[in-house]
Design a protein around this ligand. Structure first.
Ligand code: FE2
Length: 187
């Protein structure tokens, strides 16, 4: 039986013992051994969203739901992260900096249900949900995800710009509105 409050308490305890991502990753990997139970405990995803489960200056725990075929532009976190997939798939492209503020693709990683994958603090990535249904993932960050100054890269020019957390949340809302309009126009 999955209990979200238990997961939050276990992540906080693990982080208090070990400030790196390692202990938190183990907690998340253990919880993901039963992804169906996690899905039931969190509730079946119904829309793209970023839901805060826990938030402090040292630790942020999010339930991130990607829309079908949704892609988010390259961005950084400037703190370690762990991504755990409890339903669906995520494809990550990793980018490296070039002189002049641009970036170039440097690698990729496909994440599947049950994966609990660490991301280093310097990582720049973009994320695609490659399947035609919602993907659900727990994201844990070793810091205050919403208060930290971060960057994003324009998806067309690949030039660096300031990332506002509120604009990321708006992106998910806009995606839902667009998706709802598309669904309405095809029925
Ligand atoms: Fe990210």
């Amino acid at each position: 039986m999955f209990d979200v409050e238990r997961l939050i308490a276990d992540c906080r305890a693990a982080h208090a013992e070990d400030r790196t991502h390692k202990a938190v990753r183990e907690v998340l990997a253990r919880a993901l051994a039963e992804p169906r139970a996690m899905l039931q405990g969190l509730g079946e995803p119904v829309r793209a969203e970023v839901r805060k489960l826990y938030h402090s200056p040292e630790l942020t725990i999010l339930n991130v739901v990607w829309g079908a075929h949704m892609t988010i532009y390259p961005h950084n976190h400037r703190m370690w992260g762990v991504i755990g997939i409890y339903t669906g798939r995520e494809d990550n492209i990793f980018w490296r900096r070039l002189p002049g503020g641009r970036i170039e693709a440097a690698g990729a990683q496909s994440l599947c249900e049950r994966d609990a994958v660490p991301l280093g603090p310097e990582i720049i990535h973009s994320v695609t949900n490659p399947i035609p249904r919602l993907t659900g993932a727990i994201h844990v960050y070793g810091g205050d995800f919403f208060a930290t100054e971060r960057s994003e890269w324009d998806p067309e020019t690949l030039l660096e710009q300031r990332c506002e957390s509120q604009s990321t949340l708006r992106y998910f809302d806009e995606w839902n509105r667009l998706h709802a309009r598309r669904s309405a126009s095809t029925t």
